[in-house]
Design a protein around this ligand. Structure first.
Ligand code: DC
Length: 219
């Protein structure tokens, strides 16, 4: 039987850093579902799909065959056989993903793939709807959040460290806008599952959050 740890939460809460660490500690695979939505968005951008045309998105998304592989413990997303990891983190792809992830067909296709992965492997899976829709029977469910101001500050520090000029006010505004989009969409909105443990990382270090989640697991 596979063991399933679901971590949901808003953008910038530190889900991927934490999920990757927990997966390493447990020897499970880490499944970054956001990267799958980004790969789909990248495909739709290449196909020049109009993000506001639901019908076109539903039709065109069937041409994207997304699979994942693991190389040195890292998830590699293959789009129609091609490794698209290097192109997934751009603003353009993120913005497209935020719109196209609302589409029913897109969600059906990716949810199916995510369920299959978690049936065959013990996983730490992070996203927005993992505890509520993808793995409703997960062994451990965590809702990881932090205040918008703290999330904005973390992103600001990250960009500044890379030498990228940015405005913390604008970052916070974008975060609040994305939260609103993810929480109010019709299908699979971001929300805390009833049986999820709330972890607010605003005043916690990465180590403390990892320890907290490990303490919830029983393997
Ligand atoms: O976590 P991220 O920024 O890589 O996610 C990219 C987009 O995909 C984001 O706008 C929300 C969406 N997403 C989703 O709808 N459901 C998931 N399980 C994961 C991500």
């Amino acid at each position: 039987m596979s063991y399933q740890i679901a971590i949901d939460g808003p953008a910038g809460a530190g889900k991927s850093t934490i999920a990757r660490r927990v997966a390493r500690e447990k020897g499970f695979i880490y499944v970054d579902t956001g990267a799958m939505y980004r790969a789909m968005a990248y495909y739709l951008l290449q196909e020049k799909a109009d993000p506001s045309d639901e019908e076109e998105i539903s039709e065109k998304c069937t041409g994207a065959h997304i699979t994942i592989e693991y190389q040195d413990g890292e998830q590699v997303v293959l789009l129609n056989g091609e490794n698209v990891n290097p192109v997934l983190r751009t603003e353009e792809v993120g913005n497209m993903a935020s719109v196209t992830s609302k589409n029913k067909k897109v969600r059906e296709r990716l949810t199916l793939l995510q369920k299959e992965l978690a049936e065959k492997n013990s996983v730490v899976m992070d996203g927005r709807d993992i505890g509520t829709c993808v793995l409703p029977n997960a062994d451990v469910k965590v809702y990881l959040t932090a205040s918008a101001a703290v999330r904005a500050k973390r992103r600001f520090d990250e960009l500044t460290a890379k030498g990228e000029p940015c405005d913390i006010k604008k970052i916070e505004e974008d975060i609040v806008k994305r939260d609103e989009q993810d929480m109010t969409r019709e299908i699979a909105p971001l929300k805390q599952a009833e049986d999820a443990t709330l972890v607010d990382s605003s005043d916690m270090s990465i180590d403390e959050v990892v320890e907290k989640i490990l303490s919830l697991t029983e393997v």
